[in-house]
Design a protein around this ligand. Structure first.
Ligand SMILES: *Cc1c(COP(=O)(O)O)cnc(C)c1O
Length: 852
């Protein structure tokens, strides 16, 4: 394994110049550079015997069990601890290197990290997979069974949380000094089960078997205050100042997670905060003699990091959610400022040490918190504090849905964070002066741009606050950034055109190609050599092989092997039996109306109707297996009805002998990163069918293209860029363009007119409505059907015919086996742009460290 840092690209701007210590784990010692003596850290030997010995040490001396008596859980935990032992020297060395040579860092602030399993990624990062497997075999243990024990940390909802996980992976793999901050939810995203076709949520007790990948540091707790009032006072220098007199507080306990770079000797840190009652808080109540009340108070404090809110794209304005947001942001800022003060740093130059990237509005309360820290705790004047604060944050917007923009009622904000509310008012006052100066007499504009909305209730607009204070505001795909500028925040763009920029999302090729698709990875490496995992544009070198018979044959075999593997996984995991030869047509993502799972369902029903009514000849049908994966927010009624209807259609189709040889619908429960890694490499067709102008970027679309699936998609989000790169002829475009959507909305959209005028659409909807798929009960299909007919906010009916036409083109293309394979190869070869390493480079160049 290569550990020589000189043969890989450096991060450029941030790369520190200190000579690297030898970072090969074997026999290397951590050499202390700080005055305080540090003990050497030596990793276990990189041999099968060394690994087996380290494993037995973990089992015997840490867990206190003998191999012979150990459970699978014991063995899994010992295996995980053994692997992390190999990362330890690199982790400590990376941290020390960063401390010794302080440079500007990236602080990624995100309320969600959808990490996925840690073991496979750690084995890949250390290149220990073979050694670990042989060691387990030598002890008579089933390596794959142990790996399957891990419950993935589901500390995110979907795309936004997964993006954060991809970004920190890239930052480590590129050796960018950075730290991820977030929340250690005790319960992550719920586990989804189905009962009679309906979603049932089960708590995700991911910590229940032990947490071998985390390092708690209760001794480094940080206090976080809430509530109370503010007051004016005169300080020792005779200055009039304000201070916060909080009513209650909690402690934030940091838990550290390793973020290993890809075989480069770098291990960055993800610091997640867990809430605990403060002793002060406990003691006061214990001393009053009310033991039960004291214990209750503890629960109250610990509730803050108890559970991830399962809403995706439509936040509920719940008080506990604001508490969560402030909690992790307050911990993180204090943590970072204390760190810079260790080097006796002048906080007026804090922007030389940090740029905080705000992942959506969830952490935007960090802006007034920074002002409060600098003024109230570090004696800075308003002007100086504002001067530096406005250089320390950048804001990423992830939506185009107005209802997804967070607002917090002024009443709640005043009650929970009174000092912050004052600061927000003052920021807004000065900002609105700027607006009035730039646009004299335009009070309507002033009202639109204000950080405070007046109707329907007085509330703080977090996106406006982030835009006012941020150095940059970025969208997450080219089209999204354009619409963000022109439609969502046009007034801000008029005032500060240069504040707006784009960084198209990406995904990490380590997890989503190397780990997920080992056979494709081997084929790629055999064809173009190693190194593409950290330089994904090199996939271009595959282009000539799109016409190479031997290569395309291997490529097809890999796809078939992935499909076979998926069939066996779904059979074991969900008892779903899929046909052997069929096009695998996959739609996996959160269940949301704008993503239009119903449009997919209408296509399926239409195909079913065509076959059962004899409208198409059986020999003309291209057999398909449709796979859905989707969680619905527990309070999202329509999304849950759609899940029920998909399951109902799946069941009816499975029981209808007229179609079972031609179509099957599978809806494995609990779509998560682990399942994504198994599904995506097997897919032939990727469904990316949101209404144009609604999907900010999508990242699922990128994962599919990189694994050789062809996309059927609208001109939306990053689909636009995928199509540009892979070529029109290798992408199935359908549907209205965004301006057409806007025009139709302006004219007034009536879905029923599409229903009346399109016979195929009418047949599909009538069949759904008839109760055919719901055991004869029409009422069970009515919520979805009625919504489509009378509301259809996301215009599925308007795009239906175009979608059917595109699906017919898909069928024709799939019949041409060579042509399809060629397109699939070209999708892989031309999607290197979608590496999250490229996204990180764009953030560096455009936001974190622009050249100009
Ligand atoms: C990539 C990913 C997503 C995002 O999918 P989109 O299709 O972009 O919405 C959601 N959930 C999981 C588990 C993922 O891996």
């Amino acid at each position: 394994m290569s550990h020589d840092p000189s043969d890989r690209p450096s991060a450029g701007w941030l790369a520190d110049e200190t000579p690297r210590l030898d970072s090969s784990v074997k026999g290397s010692a951590f050499e202390p550079t700080s005055p305080r003596a540090t003990e050497p850290v030596v990793g276990p030997e990189r041999t099968v015997d060394g690994f087996a010995k380290a494993f037995l040490d973990e089992l015997n001396f840490e867990a206190g069990v003998a191999l012979k008596r150990s459970t699978t859980t014991d063995q899994y935990l010992a295996l995980a601890r053994t692997i992390r032992g190999y990362l330890m020297a690199d982790w400590l060395r990376t941290a020390e290197r960063r401390r010794q040579n302080p440079t500007k860092m990236v602080g990624y602030l995100s309320a969600e990290y959808l990490l996925g399993r840690q073991m496979g990624n750690s084995l890949l990062a250390t290149d220990l997979g073979d050694i670990a497997e042989q060691a387990m075999t030598s002890l008579g243990l089933d390596f794959n069974l142990l790996r399957a024990q891990e419950i993935e940390p589901g500390l995110g909802n979907g795309g936004l949380g997964r993006l954060a996980a991809c970004f920190i992976d890239s930052l480590a793999s590129m050796d960018v000094p950075s730290i991820g901050y977030g929340i250690r939810y005790e319960y992550g995203i719920f586990r989804q089960t189905f009962e009679e076709g309906r979603q049932v949520e089960v708590p995700d007790a991911w910590l229940s078997l032990g947490a071998p990948w985390e390092f708690p540091h209760p001794d480094r707790a940080v206090q976080v205050n809430f509530g109370g009032t503010t007051e004016q006072y005169i300080d020792g220098d005779g200055r009039t100042r304000r201070r916060w007199l909080p009513a209650w507080n909690v402690q934030g306990i940091p838990y550290h997670y390793m973020v290993p770079g890809y075989q480069n000797g770098v291990v960055n840190t993800l610091r997640l905060w867990s809430a605990r009652a403060t002793q002060e808080f406990d003691l006061k109540i214990f001393n009053s003699g009310d033991y039960a009340e004291a214990v209750r108070a503890q629960t109250f404090a610990e509730n803050i990091s108890k559970v991830l809110y399962p809403e995706d794209s439509t936040p509920q304005g719940r008080e506990l959610r604001l508490q969560q947001q402030y909690f992790f942001v307050a911990c993180s800022l204090k943590d970072f400022i204390d760190r810079t003060l260790e080097e006796d740093f002048d906080l007026t130059r804090l922007d030389e040490r940090i740029i905080f990237q705000l992942n959506d509005t969830h952490p935007v309360i960090a802006i007034p918190e920074m002002m409060r820290l600098l003024m109230d705790e570090h004696d800075m004047e308003w002007a100086a504090a504002w001067e530096v604060t406005r250089k320390c944050f950048a804001y990423t917007c992830h939506t185009l849905l107005p209802e997804a923009l967070e607002v917090w009622p002024v009443e709640l904000m005043t009650r929970l964070l009174p000092r912050h509310m004052e600061i927000i008012y003052r920021i807004n006052e000065e900002f609105l002066d700027t607006v009035r100066e730039a646009f004299p007499g335009d009070e309507l504009r002033v009202r639109r741009m204000s950080v405070i909305q007046e109707h329907p209730e007085r509330a703080v607009r977090m996106a406006n606050l982030a835009t006012v204070a941020g150095v940059k505001v970025n969208g997450v795909a080219a089209l999204h950034s354009e619409l963000l500028r022109d439609k969502l925040l046009p007034d801000f763009a008029a005032l500060w055109p240069n504040k707006f920029t784009n960084v198209t999302n990406g995904v990490t090729p380590r997890r989503f190609i190397r780990l997920a698709n080992q056979q494709l990875s081997t084929l790629i490496t055999d064809t173009i050599g190693p190194g593409w995992e950290t330089d994904l544009e090199r996939l271009r070198e595959l282009e000539p092989y799109a016409d190479d018979a031997a290569f395309t044959e291997s490529f097809r075999q890999v796809k078939q092997a992935n499909k076979d593997r998926l069939r066996s996984i779904l059979s074991q995991r969900d008892g779903i039996e899929l046909p052997e030869h069929a096009m695998l047509d996959v739609m996996v993502k959160r269940l949301h109306e704008y993503k239009r799972q119903t449009l997919k369902l209408l296509h399926i029903v239409s195909m079913y109707d065509d076959i059962t009514s004899g409208r198409v000849r059986r020999e003309d049908v291209v057999p398909r297996t449709f796979v859905f994966g989707a969680k619905a927010a527990p309070g999202y009624f329509m999304a849950k009805e759609i899940i029920f209807l998909i399951n109902s259609v799946a069941k009816t189709i499975a029981q209808d002998p007229r179609v079972t040889d031609l179509m099957a619908v599978a809806f494995p429960a609990n779509y998560n990163v682990t399942l994504a890694n198994k599904l995506i490499p097997a897919a032939d067709l990727s469904e990316q069918i949101s209404l144009a102008g609604k999907e900010a970027s999508g990242t699922g679309n990128m994962k599919f293209a990189l694994n050789g699936a062809l996309t059927i998609g609208t001109d939306d989000g990053a689909n636009v860029e995928i199509r540009e790169l892979v070529g029109d002829e290798n992408f199935f475009l359908f549907g209205m363009l965004e301006p057409e959507v806007a025009a139709l909305a302006d004219r007034g959209y009536t879905p029923s007119s599409f229903y009346e005028s399109n016979p195929a659409l009418k047949r599909a909807i009538d069949l759904l409505a008839s109760g055919h798929f719901t055991g004869g009960d029409r009422s069970l299909a009515a919520p979805v059907v009625d919504d489509l007919l009378y509301k259809d906010r996301f215009m599925a009916l308007a795009d239906f015919q175009s979608y059917l036409d595109a699906q017919a083109r898909v069928d024709a293309a799939y019949r041409d086996v060579d042509g399809w394979t060629r397109s699939a190869v070209l999708n892989v070869a031309r999607s290197g742009f979608f590496s999250s390493d490229r996204s990180m480079r764009d953030y560096l160049d455009r936001i974190w460290m622009p050249k100009s």
